[in-house]
Design a protein around this ligand. Structure first.
Ligand code: FPP
Length: 239
């Protein structure tokens, strides 16, 4: 029998935290944890259709993550390249549409080319929409959006009087996404770390102790069940 997914979130966003500690607990280098984390990404994407989750957005690399050691940054960039190369075929076959958010300017050309190719390859898919945030920061995104909006005003494409709260989202990296219903952060940290600042205005948050490499589809299902028990009012009073 198919699972009852009514009342579940349409869009789940995840701050995948705890890879480093997971590796450290095993006396292994931090990149070992990131590789284990990448394997979890695959399982969670595959679990989405059965859970009624249409949109999944994951935070893979923040604008602040450049402050890590050069070896870790290089290892993560290599992991992203290899992940795209290895997973492209299955993502396509499984109906996953992949898109990336974040500023691509600082990323290396080869990675950007692979990201562009994967977006194009999967552009006709509609079963699950996976958005991967790389070199992403919420303040940076809003700043870049405001700059583009200002250019449009200067070019007379937009009048300042017409700028409403539905205008800016069209300039955000996430212009193609509905707002997240649920934001999950793993590893016991209760911070949002500059993730989807504008978009999460009415999102529910779940901060769970599980480290990201231990975030199995079963843990995911439990978090979704707890979401369903919440009473979302969007600022209104329940009648
Ligand atoms: C945070 O854990 C994790 C990251 C900064 C990287 C997230 C990347 C992955 C899960 C790898 C794969 C992703 C894709 C899309 C292939 P942390 O290193 O901050 O952990 P710590 O807080 O325990 O040190």
């Amino acid at each position: 029998m198919a699972k009852d997914t009514s009342g579940g979130p349409n869009h789940v966003a995840i701050i995948m935290d705890g890879n480093g500690r997971w590796a450290q607990m095993r006396n292994r280098p931090r990149l070992f944890g990131h590789h284990a984390g990448a394997r979890r990404v695959r399982e969670i994407v595959e679990a989405c259709p059965g859970e009624g989750v249409k949109y999944l957005t994951i935070f893979a690399f923040s604008t602040e993550n450049w402050k890590r050691t050069q070896a870790e940054v290089a290892g993560l960039m290599k992991l992203f390249r290899r992940y795209i190369q290895r997973e492209a075929r299955d993502l396509l076959a499984n109906g996953v549409r992949v898109r990336f958010i974040g500023d691509r300017v600082r990323l290396d050309d080869k990675l950007v080319r692979l990201m562009d190719e994967l977006e194009l390859l999967t552009s006709q898919n509609d079963r699950v929409h996976l958005t991967v945030a790389i070199n992403y920061g919420g303040r940076d995104e809003v700043t870049r959006a405001a700059r583009r909006l200002a250019y449009d005003v200067a070019a007379d494409k937009l009048s300042p009087a017409d700028v409403g709260d539905e205008t800016l989202p069209k300039y955000l990296d996430t212009y193609f996404l509905p707002d997240p219903d649920l934001v999950i952060r793993t590893s016991g940290e209760a911070r949002i770390s500059n993730f989807l600042l504008w978009q999460s205005a009415y999102a529910e948050y779940e901060f769970i102790d599980t480290l990201w490499p231990d975030f199995t589809p079963d843990v995911f299902a439990k978090v979704l069940t707890s979401f369903k028990a919440r009473d979302r009012r969007f600022g209104a009073v329940k009648v």
